[in-house]
Write a protein that binds this ligand. Structure first.
Ligand SMILES: Cc1cc2nc3c(=O)[nH]c(=O)nc-3n(C[C@H](O)[C@H](O)[C@H](O)COP(=O)(O)O)c2cc1C
Length: 159
């Protein structure tokens, strides 16, 4: 199994989970970053994120994965923003071809669960095999490692 762990994180929760998944799977970490970073002021980012999500805006990214063909499995991390994937993750999904690849979503959220992130990913990534997704409340809490291991096992992604 050749695994890419691609994620965007604003306040660090998704990043922490992605790092734990890297430890568990030995996969390659890739941080999805917009060319214009979001403001550290939460209220400004909340307003901007709401507008971008509403408009279906897809921000330019700082870099692309150069060798996506060499990965068969993508562990995709995003916070839940307004019930969907964050705009940088939407850009990442739409700029790459995931057909024939497995995508397993892990979605950090503030209580809204997965929202409609899964159907959005299926819509953008036609031809991908979208596996069982994982909703994580904020940083996942003390037993996050056990939750991640169970999720990897369920998807047949344990090493
Ligand atoms: C712009 C914005 C919109 C958000 N919208 C939602 C939402 O609709 N539902 C929800 O449960 N959490 C929402 N949240 C909370 C985040 O999903 C949650 O804090 C998550 O753990 C953040 O992950 P991160 O630290 O990787 O950025 C939102 C946060 C931001 C900044």
């Amino acid at each position: 199994m050749n695994t890419l762990i691609a994620y965007f994180s604003y306040t660090g929760h998704t990043k922490g989970v992605a790092q734990q998944l890297q430890n568990l799977t030995g996969g390659t970490l890739f941080e999805i970053q917009p060319q214009e970073a979001y403001s550290s002021d939460y209220d400004i980012t909340e307003r901007q994120g709401r507008k971008e999500t509403h408009d279906g805006y897809r921000p330019l990214l700082t870099e692309q994965v150069s060798n996506l063909d060499s990965y068969d499995t993508i562990l995709l991390g995003t916070p839940n923003w307004f019930n969907t994937v964050t705009p940088p993750v939407a850009t990442f999904l739409s700029e790459n071809d995931f057909s024939g690849k497995k995508i397993a979503l892990f979605c950090s959220n503030g209580g809204g669960g997965l929202g409609h992130t899964v159907s959005d990913i299926r819509f953008i990534c036609k031809g991908a095999d979208v596996l069982d997704s994982l909703s994580i409340y904020e940083d996942g809490g003390a037993d996050v490692k056990a939750k991640l291991m169970a999720w990897l096992n369920k998807n047949g992604l344990n090493q």
